[in-house]
Design a protein around this ligand. Structure first.
Ligand SMILES: *Cc1c(COP(=O)(O)O)cnc(C)c1O
Length: 380
């Protein structure tokens, strides 16, 4: 079945006893055993919960993996991924990674001697050079946050396989609706489901999906042992949200293309980062490995001094830190999502104070364009 059909049918048939079309929420933390050594398939809710299980199976199916795991946040999912490693192990991650992942690596995992190198993973040679005999994994986002750099998943899967390291892809920006890294050879997909999968700015959740049983088994052990699981009520809300993922993301992508085109024409905007532009350096790779360009874009204002005035003048676009929801949000990455990255590193990456990131929502694009136009022209 097509992914649109599978999304609309998420959870359908999950409760044959009643025929409920919406998956029931099971709040029980424990389950009665029919007898010694017998189980209904559930015994304790950290290990398994019927509502969460429907969600986890749906996520595995959508990403094309053998098993999915639902977490209380994207950071909980990323933490569990890094718990796969031992002291002395090394990971290579993309150099303009989500700021929270950088903070987790530098301020938490470094204490346990799990070290990270930052490389431009849009460049296969740079990726190959960064891999050492201690490297256990590559972790990347494509397109990246916030500079929309595109990594070649097939090339990196090839490289990872030949060097015996895992390839993990944070697929938060495009979701399985537009990009399925496991089908291109990645070993693991990570999500902040707080973003597009949840889609309404009302839920915090994270996801891991593994391509093969061995990795799934190790992640399942960590998920149960450390316990950062998604509660049943939130599992239900995420199931409910997944049903409309396709229509949301399609519309958000169409609007993002409009907004990117508009912003590029503005004299007060010096640069627009949007992989849907034919002259974007990652455009061709993107066409090969994804079926859409997504709802995210970034841009630079000619005068960084005007950023505060621009943000104040917006009426339809909300100045807030997050993305992927029905409401259009604008973020200043250097001050918000990426503020834990040292200023010099940030500058080298290009995440400077003139950079704004836009997550395009479901409003009429002409209203968004009017709003941006007025804010760009507002007095500083
Ligand atoms: C938000 C985000 C995260 C962190 O997820 P939370 O749900 O906020 O914990 C990780 N990666 C990316 C790309 C994100 O946008």
């Amino acid at each position: 079945m097509d992914i649109e059909t599978r999304l609309a049918r998420v959870g359908l048939g999950s409760d044959p006893a009643t025929g409920a079309v919406s998956t029931p929420i099971h709040p029980s933390s424990t389950y009665a055993h029919p007898g010694l050594g017998e189980t209904t398939g559930f015994d304790y809710a950290r290990t398994g919960n019927p509502t969460r299980q429907v969600l986890e199976r749906a996520l595995a199916d959508l990403e094309g993996g053998v098993a999915g795991f639902a977490f209380a946040s994207g950071m909980a999912a990323l933490t569990t991924f890094f718990l796969l490693f031992r002291p002395g192990d090394h990971v290579v991650v993309s150099d303009d990674l989500y700021g929270g992942t950088y903070r987790l690596l530098e301020q938490v995992f470094r204490r346990f001697n799990v070290r990270a190198s930052y490389a431009d993973l849009t460049d296969r040679e740079a990726a190959a050079t960064a891999i050492t005999s201690d490297t256990r994994a590559l972790l990347l986002e494509t397109p990246s946050n916030p500079l929309m750099k595109v990594a070649d998943l097939v090339a990196l899967a090839d490289l990872s396989r030949s060097r015996g390291v895992l390839l993990a892809v944070d697929n938060t920006f495009l979701t399985p609706y537009y990009q399925r890294p496991l089908e291109l050879g990645a070993d693991l997909v990570i999500h902040s489901a707080t973003k597009y999968l949840g889609g309404h700015n009302d839920l915090l959740a994270g996801v891991l999906v593994a391509r093969e049983a061995d990795l799934a088994h190790r992640l399942g052990f960590l998920h149960n042992t450390t316990g950062p699981v998604l509660p049943p009520q939130d599992s239900w809300l995420l199931l409910r949200s997944l049903k409309t993922l396709g229509v949301r993301l399609k519309r958000q992508s169409e609007s993002a293309a409009h907004l990117a085109g508009f912003l590029r024409e503005q004299a007060s905007v010096t640069q627009v980062f949007y992989p849907g532009f034919e002259d974007h350096p990652g455009h061709r790779v993107m066409r090969r490995q994804t079926s859409g360009f997504g709802g995210m874009l970034s841009f630079r204002l000619a005068d960084p001094e005007r950023v505060p005035g621009f943000l104040k003048a917006l009426r339809c676009v909300t100045f807030a830190e997050s993305l992927g929801g029905v409401e259009t949000l604008v973020t200043v990455p250097s001050r918000q999502t990426h503020c834990d990255i040292p200023p010099l590193v940030r500058e080298r990456m290009g995440v400077t104070d003139d950079l704004l990131r836009l997550s395009v929502g479901l409003e009429a694009p002409q209203d968004l364009i009017k709003d941006l136009d007025r804010a760009l022209k507002a007095a500083p």
